[in-house]
Design a protein around this ligand. Sequence first.
Ligand code: G1P
Length: 297
Amino acid sequence: MTIDIAVVPVAGHGTRLLPLTKSQPKEMLSIGRKPVVQYVVEELAKNGIRRLLFITSHGKSSIEQHFDIDEQLIDYLRETGREEQLSELDFERFDMKYFYTRQRRQLGLGHAVLCAQPLIGDQYFVTALGDSIIGLNAQSEIVSRMTNELVRSGADIAVAFEEVPPSEVVRYGIAQPKGVTDDIFELVDLVEKPTVEEAPSNLAVAARYVFSPRIFEALERTPPGKGGEIQLTDAMRLVLREGGKGIGFRLPPGVHRFDIGNFQSYFQAFAEFALADPVYGAPLREFMEKLLRQGSD
Ligand code: G1P
């Protein structure tokens, strides 16, 4: 069995980024030269995903437009002698089929994933949150490792994790691993956005999951949890409690998850990507160093 279908939820209001996200999706915010969601799709394409279902909502149509093939723009670039810029549109030609459905009511991430059920049915599938980039170049192969291991081991859930400082556990789903954690570990339980005291570890869900269809049946039975929302974390918990097997994967050393869901990590992500830009990175570094020197005078 190969897993070539991914669900990408992009339906959230982005309230933690207001007013920036009042009329534009957070998934379309720029990180360096590209919108966040383009990095997500590039990563999925590299990991063998060929069918991609976006769970969208009101105000998210610019995401659909971004992945259209824009013949007019291509002609314009050719006619005006800007052929060298055509390569910026290479992502339009990925070997990927796009599907879109809407989460018509904002009932939480778990509910957004459940909106995929009529289309996914009894297939295994990847879920990649549209507001998180994995690694500076979005070339991470963690998703392939997760799908391969899930298929090999017959597990129901695979989740990517990243260690976070204790002050940040309250922002994420947190793993309860079995015993000492290696790169790959058995997932015993998860807690959504715990306090530092409640947190069973500092391993935070890093926005990439692989599921067997069993998750849908659990989501149907998951009542609203944290924040009154139907939480994906709670449905995973249910699967694990009922005997399903879960596997956790640590992001490899040097591969960081960039979370574009709040201003602090959004600013940090932008700064890091801009500094890594092949053309503008070096002069930006000089500029920032000058700025910091001035600030400390
Ligand atoms: C969601 C999940 C959480 C996960 C996080 C990853 O939270 O509920 O478990 O750790 O995404 O980015 P949200 O950011 O939607 O509040």
